[in-house]
Design a protein around this ligand. Structure first.
Ligand code: DP6
Length: 395
């Protein structure tokens, strides 16, 4: 048995991908740009193994066996094996291993219930691990893209652009790094996980309806995103936080406006999400410039970007206005350790909100992070020597 274990990061888009021009190849209607997050706090971990003895391909996600018979998984397997065979043919090596079946076991280090986009990290990790297992080198973001569009951006660390490309076969629809994770070390991230049990429309289904019904989406793709992508790239390169923050918030707002322009409309933000928006704008007003910004994906959780110097003050205000419910006080702020300030009278009075106990479940403090990693310690493997998962969750 041959096996490889790797980890891959979550990414959060600041210029949102929403809408496909090709459903099969997963080609987007506009380019998007994201920030890769730190893997200590948020990551997928995947072990892939192959053996002559395996009788079929199998996959376990967070301890539960799932079907491999999905179009997206099959496309990934086919493409990895095609490239592996091409490489083997070039080097005239025997290609028996390429025809063996695979076992895949993947888990996240954050609760799925947190409602954070886990498919990007998961598919990026799968593709990265399979590429290592079968000796596929070179660009793999186009393969990750065929698992989930946003996954192509998790193949790189730092600040990453997914260029939509123009070719029909999708070969130019790739992710590329705009700046590495070391470029802007002062940049930090707070994820506010809100209490919410409602099932949301999946991104895949939601964007399908948007493409069919929203004229605003077409306008956005043609007239807004190209310029915004250029401007935010420049703001990142110049480390111009107020500009970065303004574009990030405007693009999140426009993405949610496009969701409302969908017919029937889709709304991902909740009351608590709107209150977070108000908190951020009130804070920036108190500061006289944008010092923190929000972005929301296809769910009500907020992702805040801010510079290190503002973290204690912002966390103190989040804890003041959204204190944990009674009994949930411990571990309210997770991730990179910090000592929050006590909120100042001036700040509290300058923010027009009433405290909402229990509206936020917890906060994850993280930073800009690096690319997927292969783990060399065999103890990290999620599969035992028999090729079966070490931890199974009984359903
Ligand atoms: C709102 O990548 O999950 O997070 O390509 O259908 O798998 P599929 O969709 P997915 O959509 C992500 C949408 C988003 C914005 C973004 O990450 O750019």
């Amino acid at each position: 048995m041959k096996s490889v274990t790797c980890t891959a990061p979550v990414n959060i888009a600041v210029i949102k991908y929403w809408g496909k021009r090709d459903e099969k190849l997963i080609l987007p209607v506009n380019s998007s740009l994201s920030v890769t997050l730190g893997q200590d706090e948020l990551r997928a971990k995947t072990t892939v193994a192959t053996s002559k003895e395996f009788t079929k391909d199998r996959i376990w996600l967070n301890g539960k066996e799932e079907t491999v018979a999905t179009e997206r998984l099959q496309n990934i397997f086919r493409e990895i094996k095609r490239r592996a065979r091409r490489r083997k043919a070039d080097s005239k090596a025997e290609d028996a291993v390429v025809s063996w079946k695979v076992h895949i076991c993947s888990e996240n280090n954050f609760p799925t219930a947190a409602g954070l986009a886990s498919s990007a990290a998961g598919y990026a990790c799968l593709v990265y691990s399979l590429a290592k297992l079968f000796g596929v080198e070179g660009e793999i973001s186009d393969i990750a893209r065929q698992g989930s569009g946003s996954a192509c951006r998790s193949v790189y660390g730092g600040f990453v652009e997914w260029e939509k490309g123009v070719k029909e076969d999708g070969t130019d629809s790739l992710a590329k790094q705009v700046a590495p994770e070391t470029h802007w070390p002062e940049m930090k991230v707070l994820i506010l996980v809100v209490s919410d049990h409602k099932k949301h429309t999946s991104s895949t289904a939601g964007m399908q309806t948007t493409v069919k019904t929203s004229q605003l989406l077409q306008y956005r793709a043609e007239h807004i995103v190209p310029q915004r992508s250029q401007e935010i790239t420049q703001a990142i390169l110049d480390k111009n936080f107020p500009k970065f923050a303004e574009i990030t918030m405007k693009d999140s707002n426009q993405f949610h406006a496009v969701c409302l322009d969908t017919y029937p409309p889709i709304s991902y933000m909740r009351d608590v999400s709107q209150q977070i928006v108000r908190l951020v704008h009130a804070y920036n007003k108190l500061c006289g410039q944008a010092r923190v910004c929000y972005t929301f994906d296809a769910g009500p959780n907020a992702c805040l970007f801010l510079l290190e110097e503002d973290v204690p003050r912002v966390v103190s205000l989040v804890s003041h206005f959204f204190p944990p419910a009674v009994g949930d006080e411990s571990n309210f702020v997770r991730g990179i350790p910090l000592i929050p300030d006590t909120p100042s009278q001036v700040d509290v009075e300058g923010i027009p909100l009433e405290p909402q106990p229990g509206a936020i479940k917890y906060v994850i403090h993280t930073k800009v992070g690096g690319s997927p990693q292969a783990l060399t310690n065999p103890k990290e493997s999620l599969l035992g020597e028999d090729g079966l998962p070490l931890h199974i969750v009984k359903s």
